[in-house]
Write a protein of this length. Structure first.
Length: 298
């Protein structure tokens, strides 16, 4: 009689088991999920030329499928420090609103919170999608932290009521806060355009992402010199609205529905000619249709 232990092989250890195999064994096969083997640069740097690594895209959507790395990305310590800094900035903006309670303080908090959130969201997206933990990545995060500190210091100091002896509200803090915000946003646009130059297969998506960041900047730009408080409020609200729209997402939605409309028309022509065609899948209006193969969206 054979030993029962030899009938069942021991399970693979976490060190030897493939992350993709572990995901399939735990959740079952997922048809829309594909694990790619695009390994990034080694974590340790031994040579000077390794300080700046080749741009990478860790996960993207192509042809209705999600391509991602088999193993999850380890978050570096400096990104965790950036998150803690953002928490401190929220506390500072909220503290400034508490000092002068009222509707004006709440409006100031809302209008000044979103730009800081937008910077933090861009940093998280950059790190999760294409973070390489090299010199370029760390310098950008360092510049982002410095600009966030300057932005928060000025945004929390925006006057709600004119001081004694002054003719009106001082807009110096508004101009300085917007300048800090524009600087970090401009660096993000340059990084996206640099990725578009170095990664031809992702060029269109990176250019659209850069335009999505660039368009709201033109709305915020007049705040550098506008002194009217009503005009500042209108431009800030309009900038938040345009930033929320995401120019690249609108492009994907319009382009996807146009491509789907052409496919439906071709399908009807083939059906009227007597050919047997597959029925089109129903898609709600708020869902971006499946893009054609080859258009990779990070």
């Amino acid at each position: 009689m054979s030993n029962s232990k030899s009938e069942h092989p021991p399970p693979l250890s976490p060190d030897t088991e493939s992350p993709a195999l572990h995901h399939t064994a735990r959740y079952g096969p997922v048809p829309h999920l594909v694990f790619h083997e695009r390994a990034g640069e080694p974590e340790r740097t031994y040579r000077l030329r390794q300080l700046v690594r080749r741009p990478i895209i860790r996960q993207w959507i192509d042809g209705g499928k999600l391509y991602r790395e088999p193993a999850p990305r380890e978050v570096p310590r400096f990104e965790l420090f950036f998150d803690l800094l953002f928490v401190a900035i929220i506390h500072q903006l909220a503290d400034a609103a508490i000092e002068e309670p009222g509707g004006d303080a709440v409006a100031r908090f809302i209008l000044t919170f979103w730009p800081s959130w937008s910077i933090w969201e861009e940093a998280c997206r950059y790190s999760n999608v294409s973070g390489s933990d090299d010199l370029l990545h760390r310098v950008w995060v360092l510049v982002g932290m410095a600009c966030l500190l300057g932005y928060a210091a000025n945004a929390s100091a925006i006057e709600l009521h004119p001081t004694e002896g002054a003719d009106g509200l001082d807009s110096t803090a508004v101009h300085a806060a917007v300048a800090y915000w524009l600087i970090i946003k401009l660096t993000r646009v340059l990084v996206l355009f640099y990725y578009a130059l170095r990664l031809p297969e992702f060029r269109l998506s990176q250019l659209l992402g850069g335009l999505a960041v660039l368009v709201p900047m033109f709305v915020y730009l007049p705040l550098v010199w506008v002194k009217s408080r009503h005009a500042q409020i209108i431009l800030s609200a309009l900038g938040i609205f345009i930033d929320l729209l995401r120019f690249d997402a609108i492009f994907y939605a319009i382009a996807g529905r146009y491509i789907r409309h052409r496919a439906r028309r071709e399908r009807r022509c083939r059906s009227s000619a007597g050919e047997q065609v597959e029925e089109d899948e129903a898609s709600p209006w708020y869902k971006i249709p499946r893009m054609p193969q080859g258009l990779r969206i990070p």
